[in-house]
Ligand binder design. Structure first.
Ligand SMILES: NC(=O)C1=CN([C@@H]2O[C@H](COP(=O)(O)OP(=O)(O)OC[C@H]3O[C@@H](n4cnc5c(N)ncnc54)[C@H](OP(=O)(O)O)[C@@H]3O)[C@@H](O)[C@H]2O)[C@@H](O)CC1
Ligand SMILES: [K+]
Length: 509
């Protein structure tokens, strides 16, 4: 699913109005009707007090139109117009008049007003600002947001939590509505998925307001959501007459004394994700534990006992995954330099494989094109430098990807895979996966997919998606706290099965 910028949404809006020959207020009416249907299907006429806080633009207009439909359906409502500007939108004014025609008189909140009381059982509809927010809300408006946040009421935001801009972090993090639920029109918004702004959104859902499908399909967006449907188009079924050679020979290079477990996890994940053959290249201390624990993995133990000083591979592997538990010993660093010179096809580079790079920038030049780098936030900062907000981070990663022609997997709650100009936002996974070794499993999985012939970008997005799904299945058995990297690994098979199972189709009433 594509993620549109504010500008693109306004364009889609304009295009739809022209093509469908409707007026802008008809589109607003559609939006408000969808909002109403969502609320009504849950409340079914329950006598609950609904307080609508409406701005003076089109987001506020949506709120006003919703208020009217709620009133027509005999819900108890109170409408507050938050008068933050004299520049009221045409459709806001139209809906204000329509509301007055129904004998509903909103109260107007200004900078010197006392805020209305909000009871714990009330529902607050937040229609202050939508995607048009372009500067910090005034202090009194920010204080109203804080006041709403401090209430115990359930907060339902229209389109986007008010106070969140579409293109940058908030000016003041306390001047943003914390939404229990966001009903977002037509397309998801990037801010829902970023660490600094996603915290304002507990749950979100898309309401289809009938924007022109052709326009939406044609549009080229900077970001996309990675979901099951899209991954199904990437998935490569295994043909009957295949053999282990069909699925490649992956080499996992890593480990040092006390950190052989990282290679163990990555190698097993690589096998369980479908690689034909897996060889682990480790220092001597890794030989016995790996041969004992994972009989399916072949082990190449190099000369040194405690760390790798030589990463020579005596055959031509399909793909190399490197870095987990490697350490940064001087000789390991130089062995890594030689490995990068040797390998010409895309690699997967993680952990210490990445930590080595910033101190040896010449190595970055040797990284094969289309390699996949999988940094966590600290490793990423070492690679691209610090950022002031998530948007600057994404810009820096895009520039880095373009410069080095590599794929970067920014690990996080919503892992984002960046390749050149574009970011792919993952939708699977959970907080239980923030645990030791989780990244080693991911590296093994992505390596396995490349071994099987997936092109690197697909290997990265599909690997991230499956890894999250395996984590979700693990968490459903054990809960977040008890989930370990082994728990993720054990669920790779279940993740594939779940992914390939035909999904139940939701029947709409
Ligand atoms: N396209 C769609 O799919 C549909 C969209 N719809 C709805 O429209 C919403 C977008 O509406 P919108 O453009 O009128 O902007 P909105 O967010 O209501 O802000 C209002 C105005 O406030 C101003 N302003 C900005 N920052 C400010 C600040 N800090 N303090 C004070 N003022 C500030 C700024 O105007 P300015 O003063 O800069 O000229 C801005 O224009 C969208 O989220 C959705 O709910 C639906 O109706 C149906 C179809
Ligand atoms: K809003």
């Amino acid at each position: 699913m594509k993620i549109f910028s504010a500008h693109q949404i306004y364009e889609a809006d304009k295009f739809t109005i022209e093509k469908q020959q409707i007026s802008s207020d008809e589109l607003m009416e559609r939006a408000a009707t969808k909002l109403f249907e969502w609320i009504h299907s849950r409340l079914r006429g329950t006598s609950v007090n609904i307080q609508l806080f409406c701005g003076i633009g089109n987001n506020g207009g949506d709120g006003m139109a919703l208020a009217r439909i709620l009133k027509e359906n005999e819900y108890a409502i109170q409408v507050h117009v938050v008068n933050y500007s004299e520049k009221r939108s045409k459709d806001f004014l139209l809906n204000l008049e329509r509301l007055k025609d129904r004998k509903v008189w909103p109260d107007f909140i200004n900078s010197d007003s006392t805020f209305p009381e909000i009871a714990p059982n009330d529902i607050v509809v937040d229609a202050l600002f939508g995607i048009g927010l372009n500067r910090s809300p005034d202090t009194w408006v920010g204080n109203l947001m804080k006041y709403i946040n401090a209430s115990k009421a359930f907060v339902l935001s229209v389109d986007i939590p008010s106070g969140l801009p579409m293109h940058r972090g908030p000016w003041d993090p306390s001047f943003v509505i914390r939404a229990n639920y966001v009903l977002s029109f037509q397309v998801p918004k990037l801010v829902f998925f970023l660490p600094q702004t996603g915290i304002y959104v507990d749950q979100w859902e898309i309401l289809d307001i009938g924007l022109d499908k052709e326009f939406l399909n044609k549009a080229d967006t900077d970001f996309e959501l990675i979901d099951r449907e899209q991954m199904l188009s990437v998935y490569k079924p295994r043909p009957k007459f295949s053999h282990k050679g069909t699925y490649g020979h992956a080499v996992i290079v890593g480990g040092s004394y006390g950190k052989i477990g990282a290679v163990h996890l990555a190698s097993r994940a690589c096998l369980q994700s479908g690689a034909g053959l897996v060889t682990a290249l480790v220092p001597q201390c890794g030989y016995l534990p790996l041969q004992t624990a994972v009989p399916e993995v072949m082990v190449l133990a190099k000369d040194r006992e405690k760390e790798l000083s030589n990463m020579e591979i005596p055959f031509k592997p399909t793909v190399v995954g490197v870095g987990m538990g490697l350490g940064v010993h001087e000789e390991t660093v130089s062995a890594m330099g030689s490995l990068l010179k040797e390998v010409k096809s895309p690699m997967v580079i993680d952990a210490d494989g990445l930590n080595i790079m910033p101190k040896h920038p010449e190595m970055l030049q040797e990284v094969p094109e289309l390699s996949i780098l999988t940094p966590h936030p600290k490793e990423l900062e070492r690679l691209v430098g610090p950022w002031k907000d998530d948007f600057e981070k994404l810009d820096k990663v895009k520039a880095f990807s373009q410069k080095h022609h590599v794929i970067i997997v920014i690990k996080g709650a919503h892992t984002i895979t960046v390749f050149e100009e574009k970011g792919y936002v993952n939708t699977t996974g959970n907080p239980g996966m923030a645990t030791a070794g989780s990244g080693d499993v991911l590296t093994g999985m992505i390596t396995a997919l490349i071994a099987q012939g997936y092109e690197p970008l697909h290997a990265a997005t599909f690997g991230v998606y499956l890894h999250g799904l395996a984590g979700d299945m693990g968490a459903s058995q054990k809960g977040y706290e008890a989930l370990t990297a082994s728990g993720i690994l054990e669920n790779i098979g279940n993740a594939y099965l779940n992914f390939l199972r035909p999904q139940e189709v939701e029947v709409k009433e």
